[in-house]
Design a protein around this ligand. Sequence first.
Ligand SMILES: [Zn+2]
Length: 547
Amino acid sequence: MNKILISLVFSIFSSCNLTPKASGLDLDKPKLVVSIVVDQMRFDNLDKYKESYSNNGFNRLIREGFNLKNNHFNYVPTVTGPGHSSISTGSTPKTHGIVGNNWFNKKTQKDVYCTTDLNYENLGGNAYSAKMSPNNLLVNTLGDLNRIENDMNSKTISIAIKDRGSILMGGRKANAAYWFYGKDKGEWVSSKYYMEELPEWVDNFNNSDIVSTYIREWNTLYDINSYKESRSDDNNFEKSFKGDPSVTFPYDLNKLKHLNDGYDMLKETPFGNNLTTDFAIKAISNEKLGKDQFTDVLTISYSSTDYIGHNFGVDAKETQDAYLRLDLEIERLLYFLDSYVGENEYTLFLTADHGASKIPAYLNSIGIKSQNIEQGTVKNILKDVLFKSYGSNQLISKVMNSQVYLNNEIINSLNISFNSIEKTIINTLNQLEYIDKVYTSEDIINGNFDSGYDLLIQNGYNVLRSGDIIFKLKENVISYGNKGTTHGSGYTYDTHVPLIFFGKKIVQGESNVKTKITDIAPTIAKLLGLKQMSDSTGEVLSFVIKD
Ligand SMILES: [Zn+2]
């Protein structure tokens, strides 16, 4: 807004004895902050398909915004729950406590899913639907801080196909988080943590025919021969849908959905992302986001890219198609924000919750040594060794997130020395050819690391929730089945993700300076003039903010 207009508005306020400050109106603040997280988007997805992207989606963000080309996760494990929590809070699992999608509760000896909370009934779904809340998140999100500082007059709304991609972005003080329930229903759901019943507009959306229109054929958006950035469609590396052993286009959802969990199949196609934009646009208009003087926060996480990436891998025609289609969803969302909130009245950032490794079988086929370790392999090896040495197969409670949780109760009751078990485990792990390094929890807690993989492990380690022994897999080794791929490591393929700031108060430009995922929240907090985020370990990227 130019100076003349500002002074005009100021004089209008003065003439009615109301200053902008007293009214809560700050002309310099965006009316809405939009956070876009693309689940499993590697940095190279931005460049690789650049020529095929429209001018007004990813390319518009790059052209008009600030593109940070060397942005990384600064902890392990690089998975969805911790990823979203670190973006929203500006801290790492060590502080925000979301140490995995799942972890093991050492006190209760039970598995924990990051957003399960049996204290709150589900809204929508059915009687068996998961009960959810953000209560495992130990610190405030940007949306929380924005609401608190604005005396709860601001709104925070979160949307994602995945529950954790929604709940952990919004935070503990969000007005609502919505996620998708598939099966025989295909509807957006929530939790009584946020509200007593779903708003009418959500019911209306769920009762409309929109979801079922996506049960159709998935073919490539453009001629498949133009998809030059991906490998041949027919190959032995990809995971097929149930009921269709081929891994080639087209896929008929009408035929396949009965064998693939009904509407849940949408998650594994680009249509899950379309449905997310549809719902986000309805949320913006029905919740009137960005329409009053208090800055609102909307978080959108596009989950389908992750499902597709797991099934088909980084270099697949299916993955390329998912990104070309997502590009048009970004374009559609930007158009809507421009018209509803106003061009340059909102600030937006786009990033990802982690990257992904290429499929090991594919890497091997091109001469790069790679390996997939089937789930349970490490635990079974350790159990065998411990049984032979100590006569018990109950000494380990869990192996997850490359960590071993020991069963202290059993160890104490059998009167076995904890140190001796720890040594046996470390020796065994060190002999496995796919393991690079092994640490005890003391190594990690007391270590003085200022860079490298050791620091990534330390940043991801939470004393209450993490395991007793931690191991680092070698590069290009993943813990997964023999088709498809995954993520979770501290290697560049998992840590390097896009980060683009765009819109109000954002400088146009790009940089190769190394930034961290934890820098996002404190940067937006600064842009909004909020007090600094007390639990954040990130830094304000002041060079992206206009004075
Ligand atoms: Zn994933």
